[in-house]
Ligand binder design. Sequence first.
Ligand SMILES: [Zn+2]
Ligand SMILES: [Zn+2]
Length: 342
Amino acid sequence: MRALVKHKAEPGLWLMDVPEPETGPGDVLIKVLRTGICGTDLHIRNWDGWAQQAVTTPRVLGHEFVGEVAHTGADVQDIKVGDIVSGEGHLVCGKCRNCLAGRRHLCRSTVGLGVGVDGAFAEYVALPASNVWVHRTKVDLDVAAIFDPFGNAVHTALSFPLVGEDVLITGAGPIGIMAAAVARHAGARSVVITDVSEPRLELARQVGATLAVNVAQSSIKEAQAKLGLKEGFDIGLEMSGRPEAMRDMVDNMTHGGRIAMLGLPAEEFAVDWSRIVTSMITVKGIYGREMYETWYAMTVLIEAGLDLRPVITGSYAYQDFQAAFDEAATARSGKIILDWTV
Ligand SMILES: [Zn+2]
Ligand SMILES: [Zn+2]
């Protein structure tokens, strides 16, 4: 089968023939229909410091996908050939304290699909049945392809109750934009999102952000004044991993404010901890999605009319992966889809 492979330990990606994945009795073989390109995939293509320590070659990339079940192992129940499915990209150990307690998203030995094991940028991908999410209601295939990052957005946005709250999101990448849509849908009073990319801020406005602020030109304090906020934001969703964004967020929170942080900083940085203490701020780290409470919430949000299609700004045949990756690496794009059926 054709697959996008990190073939050598150097920058680049290779489209090549590899054997179809093998499946055991508990596994599901999935014919891939569409995939989403993630920042993770860009890191691996660029072969940066993180990728060099996380990936051994050769490795088939990709963890954001939708596909059709082609085969199920003998022990698999409730998943049928022909089902339209996405996959939870974190493979958990099932043995650690958190796994045994049912808190699988907190597993200490998580392995990433397309990072630690061969992934979904291929004509077929195999997954344990426990990692397969069946789309039981009709969903747009492009939207289904980005359920994994949508899950990051939902898990982050719903970390704290949002009804009536004023929400600040720093970073209008695709996940920040999706989080803005979720926050509005979940009953936030106002959603302010920041970035320095005008096209991305415009996407955030399209999905319902109250204010999309270019922090190269104005400040979060000014946004507060515009909205008539007197005490700061109740909820912060940090999506950029950038020191200045986190500092800005801490500066603009109300007393007792709560911050969910998904943005992954490239290195250590300082924040005003005395401010966090005296403002009594909670900071919660987010990695992945809750299995499978977040997936349930995603499905219900889509059923209830949440529209993610504005977030998808490009679709390419998988053979054109170089152009697709280049587009995904720009500061203007939303989610970029690869089509594996062409
Ligand atoms: Zn991803
Ligand atoms: Zn575990």
